[in-house]
Design a protein around this ligand. Sequence first.
Ligand SMILES: [Zn+2]
Length: 184
Amino acid sequence: MRIYCDVCMDETEHEQIKKDTFRCRSCGSVVKVNPERDVEIKAIISTGELSEVGRVKVKEGEDLRVGDELIFEDGEYRVGEIRALELKDGRRVKVARAGDVRVVWLRNVSEVFVKFSLHKGAVTTPYKMVSSGETEFEVGERINIDNCLFRITRIKTFDGRVLKRGKAKAKEIKRIYAKFERKL
Ligand SMILES: [Zn+2]
């Protein structure tokens, strides 16, 4: 069995000497490994109003909790934040052991819809932009939307704050308010 050896600083051939104990065949040092099983759990990820079904891979004994981030897979990989955990008996909980979970509900934080309110004179136009969840938007920043230049005036975040200065990541933003400056 090939295991990473701390002494050899490489993956080396190991012989098993106990259930969870292995000896490196190169240097003779002994390592304990926890052969915890990986489980695949059905996952539903939402991006705005769009939901997709895939799965997450986690350790069976791992604790999952609302707010944690997991890698969602459905051929591609995305980062999702846990919104709810559905147990095998149908209950929805905030914390659970991975092995007890039937469905993980995720919010896509790798790609998010950023909502804007664009102000031009007395007219407000809603607008949506797909962005990486990590992209930062800053009050005062100028952005190009449909060949018009808008300046961000306020940023409203999911935790209820309204920023009049500073910046926030796309995944934290509920709505951006921007004012028309000029045509490009
Ligand atoms: Zn070794």
